[in-house]
Design a protein around this ligand. Structure first.
Ligand SMILES: [Zn+2]
Ligand SMILES: [Zn+2]
Length: 466
């Protein structure tokens, strides 16, 4: 496994920035060092699909704005799943809904040939949108625990759904030009890293009889310039775990701490000491990230609560580092509780809420797809080399135990002039995902749709000489 580089997302974005961000996507250059040249037939089919998408762009843009204005958190994506199901049904796909709670699968069987699976995640973030766009989200929801949260598509999953539905229409329109089975997946709850596993354990390949694919492709928006994509082989993203640590204490009056056992102090110590796992336990040449994203305890100034909850997130590339972080969290938490005199039966509780393994792109599939991508976007707008990032995904868990060549592609969604201006100001990026100012350049709507479509057309092309 290649050594992952810390902060490598930054490196990627630097490369994106230097990758002729402003070239028009209509630039067609001869593929260099191509694994398989694009044939004249394929090229004609691509052009036909592109024209189909161009004429569909205003509808897709409205669809995008509608999904953007109506964001839904993980496992609550009933409206979005409804849009996916209705669109796919209307295009002639066999549609099954309610897989892994809110997941949707559409299958288009179109003669002999490979089965290709494509996934779009549907969930939004509990983040307040601050873009000020006319179609900005104003949505707030009540979560299962009773708390209210703002909801916004701050990771671009609204674009992912739109791209998939635009591609579905283009594939249905070019049905006579390809052969095989196309499986489209609207996946719930990517953000909590639970949705892909939920679909598989609900019986995606058994109860719902979805065919195991020969190829599997996913696409994610990234705040690089519109018109530029990154498609790279090998280890691309980190493994991750969401861990909750609940400290039990003894509540009491804030004026008499000697009569209580303060879980707020326990949690505060834990947050600081956990960082020593990364700095003192893990091999300095390995990558490890341990972030505490939430601490919840008490409500009043003068009351010592009886519990404190710490929510941690881990990133890793090897099972050893993962075990070191999980073991370290347990050791440190238990030792803090012990130091405060908590009895053995009231040690902290640990809840592993969800996780994913590192994401690995199939090098041969990447090389194959970069040929049509370069034809579509121009050689310089297809970034094919950069180090792995500490971001994570659960897309590949949709394959369950099946070994399937897989490719996950990043598609630039930042207006190139906004991107260039940010660079001029010395910023790496104009904005980042999961922040309230994240936005998708509307010009990226047809581009992402085309990227998805040429990938599917290449993998399902009629000429069998693959
Ligand atoms: Zn996200
Ligand atoms: Zn995302």
């Amino acid at each position: 496994m290649p050594k992952p580089v810390r902060f490598s997302l930054a490196v990627f974005l630097l490369m994106l920035g230097s990758a002729h961000a402003f070239a028009q996507m209509t630039t067609v250059e001869a593929p260099a060092g191509a694994a398989k040249p694009v044939t004249t037939t394929e090229s004609a089919v691509f052009k036909k699909a592109e024209a189909e998408i161009d004429s569909d762009t205003s509808r897709l843009t409205e669809m995008y704005k509608d999904i953007h204005q109506n964001p839904e958190l993980g496992f609550m994506e009933t409206r979005t799943a409804g849009i996916v199901a209705n669109e796919l049904k209307a295009l002639g796909f066999e549609v099954q809904t309610g897989i892994g709670k809110t997941g949707v699968v559409g299958i288009l069987r179109n003669g002999p040939g490979p089965t290709v699976m494509y996934r779009a995640d549907m969930d939004a973030n509990a983040v307040e949108e601050i873009t000020g766009l006319p179609y900005a989200s104003k949505v707030r929801v009540k979560r299962e625990d009773g708390t209210e949260a703002p909801v916004g598509h701050m990771c671009g999953h609204d674009a992912h759904v739109t791209w998939m539905l635009g591609m579905a229409k283009a594939m249905a329109a070019t049905k006579q030009d390809w052969s095989g089975t196309l499986v489209l997946v609207g996946q719930p709850a990517e953000e909590p890293i639970l949705g892909a596993k939920a679909m598989v354990s609900d019986g995606l390949y058994t109860k719902y009889r979805v065919p195991v694919p020969d190829y599997f492709v996913g696409i994610h928006a990234a705040p690089g310039p519109t018109g530029v994509i990154a498609n790279v082989g090998g280890v691309r993203m980190a493994g991750t775990d969401q861990v909750d640590i609940l400290f039990h204490g003894v509540g009491g009056h804030g004026s008499m701490p000697q009569l209580a056992k303060d879980p707020v102090i326990m949690a505060a110590l834990a947050v600081v000491e956990y960082q020593m796992i990364v700095s003192r336990v893990v091999d300095p040449l390995e990558t490890a990230v341990l972030t505490v994203g939430s601490i919840q305890a008490g409500s009043d100034n003068n009351v010592i609560p009886s519990e404190a909850l710490v929510k941690a997130n881990l990133r890793w590339f090897t099972p050893t580092v993962r075990e070191q972080m999980i073991g370290g969290i347990k050791n440190i938490s238990n030792s803090i509780a012990t130091a405060f005199g908590m009895p053995a039966d009231q040690m902290p509780s640990f809840t592993m809420k969800g996780g994913s393994t590192p994401l690995v792109n199939d090098a041969a599939l990447v090389a194959r797809l970069n040929v049509p991508f370069k034809q579509l976007l121009g050689d310089k707008n297809v970034v094919s080399e950069f180090p792995p990032a500490t971001g994570s995904e659960d897309v590949h868990l949709l394959m369950g135990d099946h070994k399937v060549p897989f490719d996950f592609i990043l598609v630039g969604i930042a207006d190139p002039s906004v991107f260039a201006e940010a660079r001029k100001q010395g910023k790496l990026l104009p904005y980042s995902a999961h922040n309230g100012d994240f936005r998708v350049d509307l010009k990226a709507i047809p581009i992402g749709t085309k990227v998805a479509t040429v990938a599917m057309l290449d993998l399902l092309a009629k000429d069998a000489a693959k």
